[in-house]
Design a binder for this molecule. Structure first.
Ligand code: BTN
Length: 249
């Protein structure tokens, strides 16, 4: 079982209030409910495993025992786009992994972390609206594959840290992520975004853009300060605030 004390003792400040559970459907869903009942900024929930882990675009996130499934709550004081939260969290997660091993982690717009061309982690930032429809919180969730066998359908596109030769403690990784998340949040946004661009797996590459029912080829050419993706298509340049790209690896 995850050792909560080992996580808390490594945190650089007391801003995070950490809870650990053995099993839940989705730490993001739990934290959304807690947000609506008044939980403060920094409330953090980590699960040993999830039975209904959620990813972007309504997908499931396979969450067996052995991975790190963590959600933390933000109470933004100024308007913030969940997309930007996703980008900055991806930078924090990449730094956290690298602080514990000798690997270079790349980011595929907008929310996927890649190691050697395979997805090793995903991020899901979700806004929470109060009954009046105003944004009252953002739940930031991250799932990192550390060990274990992935389902067959994921075997060619995803990986865990283990086959990359790395055995990390989930406690060390959770604490490193929260410390890096704190660091990235307190630095100028442009600093985090500039690192996001450096880590991008897709810039200057041919991609397939998927937006709703629309799919088209493009070249990824940049990431804006808001975390939007700029692409060049046969018809000119476009800026994407949502959607997804796939890249031939
Ligand atoms: C994705 O790959 O599209 C995002 C995956 C995000 C998974 C994490 S695991 C912790 C938190 N709880 C969830 O249900 N999802 C996020």
């Amino acid at each position: 079982m995850l050792n909560r004390e080992q996580i808390v003792s490594q945190l650089n400040n007391a801003r995070f209030s950490v809870m650990v559970v053995e099993q839940t459907q989705s730490t993001n869903s739990d934290l959304k409910a807690l947000a609506l009942s008044g939980a403060p900024e920094g409330t953090t929930l980590i699960a040993e495993r999830q039975t209904g882990g959620r990813g972007r675009r309504g997908r499931t996130f396979c969450s067996p025992q052995g991975g790190l499934y963590l959600s933390t709550l933000l109470r933004p004081t100024a308007p913030i786009h969940p997309g930007l939260v996703t980008c900055l969290a991806a930078v924090a997660a990449a730094r956290a992994i690298e602080s514990l091993c000798d690997l270079w982690v790349e980011i595929k717009w907008v929310n996927d972390l890649y190691l050697n061309d395979r997805k090793v982690a995903g991020i899901l930032a979700e806004g929470v609206l109060d009954p009046g429809g105003a944004l009252t919180a953002v739940v930031l969730g991250i799932g990192i594959n550390l060990t274990g066998t992935l389902p067959e359908e994921l075997a060619t596109i995803a990986t865990t840290l283990e086959p990359e030769g790395v055995a990390l403690s989930r406690e060390d990784l959770a604490a490193a992520f929260l410390n890096e998340w704190e660091r990235v949040q307190t630095a100028p946004v442009e600093e985090g975004m500039s690192e996001y661009r450096k880590r991008s797996l897709i810039i200057e590459r041919e991609v397939t853009v998927v937006q709703g029912n629309d799919t088209y080829p493009a070249t990824a050419i940049g990431i804006t300060p808001e975390g939007h993706l700029r692409v060049r298509t046969a018809d000119g340049e476009r800026e994407l605030s949502s959607g997804e790209v796939s890249v031939r690896l």
